[in-house]
Ligand binder design. Structure first.
Ligand code: AOF
Ligand code: ZN
Length: 356
C-alpha cells in the first residue's frame, strides 16, 4: 500500500480535481504490475495496473489507494474491470465518498471478491485531502496556507523584508506544489509589493492554477505582472462591493475577472461555485493571519528556516485567539521534509475521513 500511495503522486498536477490514485497487483509477496491515474479523464489507476498485469491478474490481489469506483463517469466502472480480470481480493486504503462513484466495495463483495479497507487509511486520506474535503463540505474550496518563517516564527524582519527567508530548495518545492492546486492566492499588498508571477515552474500542470488576488479596493494596476499577463493565465480579483468602479473597469478591461463579495466566507463560496476545489494561499501576512484566525485554513505548508529575526520582526501567527492547553486545537502532522537547510512541515487541521 505504501508503494501504491507513492505511485499516486505521479499524477500530481495532472489529475486535479480528481483524486491521486495508485495501484499494485500482487501475487503472494510478488508485485506483478503497477499503475496510477496519470491524466484527468484518463484510465483510473486500477485499470492501468490491471492492463499492465494482463493474465497475471487472475487470482491476484489488487492493492489500491482509493476504493474502486462503481460508476460510469468519464471511464467505465473499475469494479467491472476488476471482475473481468479475475482478481480474487481487493485491498483499498480509504473509502470513496463521491456521491456518484461510491459503493465499489459492496459491488465487489456481491461478485464474490474479498475486500478490505486499510492499511494506511489516514495517509491515503491526507494524500487526497482536497478531494475528500470537497465531498464533505460544499461551501468553499479546500484551503492550504503556505508560510515561510524564521525559526522564531517571523515572516519578515522589522523593516518588512522577507526575500528570502527560505532557501532555493524550498522555493523550488513551492513551485512544484502550485501545480497540484486549482488556484493560488495572495493578498493585494503582496501582489503590489512583491510583483509575483504565481505560476507553477518545474512541472507543467494540466491547467495553470488560477491566480487570485484578495484586493478589497481593487488597487492592482497595470504595473503588476499578474495584470499584464491576465489574458495568458487566468487572474481573478476578489474585491469588495465598495471597490471604486473605475478600478474594477480597468482590471476587467485587461482580462481580469473581478468578484465583489462582502466577506471572506462569501469570497470562498463564490470561488467554489466558480469551480475552485483547492486553493493555495501564499500570503502575505495579513491574509494568512486572517484565514487562520477565522478557521479557514485546512492545511499549513510551513517552511521553517534556521534564521532568527527576533523582537520587532513580523510575527506569522498574530491575532489567533488564545486557547487553554487542554482544549487547544491540535493539528495532524501529514509530512516532515528537509529542503536544503529548511524544514517543511505539513499540518492538517483535521483528517477528512469518509464513513467506512
Ligand atoms: C480517478 N482516478 O484512479 C480513480 C478514481 O469521471 P471519471 O470516470 O474519471 O471518475 C472519477 C471518479 O472516480 C472520482 O471522483 C473518484 O470518485 C473515482 N475514482 N478517479 O480520477 C482514479 N480510482
Ligand atoms: Zn475507477
Amino acid at each position: 500500500m505504501r508503494h501504491a500511495l507513492e505511485l499516486a503522486w505521479r499524477g500530481w498536477g495532472r489529475v486535479s480535481p480528481n483524486p491521486l490514485v495508485g495501484a499494485v497487483v500482487l501475487r503472494g509477496d510478488e508485485t506483478v504490475a503497477e499503475g496510477w491515474h496519470a491524466e484527468f479523464g484518463g484510465p483510473h489507476a486500477e485499470l492501468a495496473a490491471l492492463h499492465a498485469a494482463g493474465e497475471k491478474a487472475r487470482g491476484a490481489t489488487l492493492v489500491v489507494s482509493l476504493e474502486p469506483c462503481a460508476h460510469h463517469g468519464k471511464t467505465p466502472p473499475c469494479t467491472d474491470a476488476i471482475r473481468a480480470a479475475g482478481v480474487r481480493r481487493v485491498v483499498a486504503a480509504v473509502r470513496d465518498p463521491d456521491a456518484e462513484a461510491r459503493g465499489g466495495v459492496e459491488v465487489l463483495k456481491r461478485a464474490g471478491i474479498e475486500t478490505q479497507i486499510g492499511p494506511l487509511t489516514e495517509e491515503a486520506a491526507a494524500l487526497n485531502a482536497p478531494f475528500l474535503f470537497t465531498r464533505q463540505q460544499t461551501d468553499r474550496p479546500f484551503v492550504a496556507l503556505k508560510l515561510a518563517t524564521s525559526i522564531d516564527g517571523r515572516i519578515a524582519d522589522a523593516g518588512g523584508r522577507s526575500q528570502w527567508i527560505s532557501g532555493p530548495e524550498a522555493r523550488d518545492h513551492v513551485h512544484w506544489l502550485r501545480a497540484g492546486f486549482d488556484a493560488i492566492a495572495v493578498g493585494g499588498t503582496t501582489a503590489l509589493m512583491d510583483n509575483p508571477q504565481l505560476t507553477a515552474r518545474g512541472l507543467t500542470p494540466r491547467k495553470p492554477p488560477v491566480r487570485i488576488v484578495f484586493d478589497r479596493r481593487a488597487m492592482l494596476n497595470l504595473g503588476v505582472s499578474l495584470v499584464q499577463t491576465a489574458r495568458e493565465v487566468p487572474t481573478w480579483v476578489m474585491a469588495s462591493p465598495e471597490a471604486p468602479i473605475s478600478n474594477v473597469s480597468v482590471l476587467e478591461g485587461n482580462g481580469v475577472r473581478v468578484f465583489r463579495p462582502e466577506t471572506l466566507a462569501q469570497a470562498f463560496a463564490q470561488l467554489r461555485l466558480a469551480g475552485i476545489q483547492s486553493l493555495l494561499c501564499e500570503g502575505g501576512g495579513a491574509l494568512g493571519a486572517k484565514l487562520l484566525a477565522e478557521g479557514l485554513v485546512d492545511r499549513l505548508y510551513w517552511v521553517q528556516s534556521p534564521v532568527w529575526l527576533g523582537e520587532g520582526a513580523v510575527a506569522a501567527f498574530a491575532g489567533i485567539p488564545a486557547s487553554p492547553l487542554a482544549d487547544a486545537p491540535r493539528w495532524v502532522v501529514v509530512e516532515r521534509r528537509p529542503l536544503g537547510s529548511d524544514t517543511l512541515l505539513v499540518l492538517d487541521r483535521r483528517l477528512c475521513l469518509p464513513e467506512s
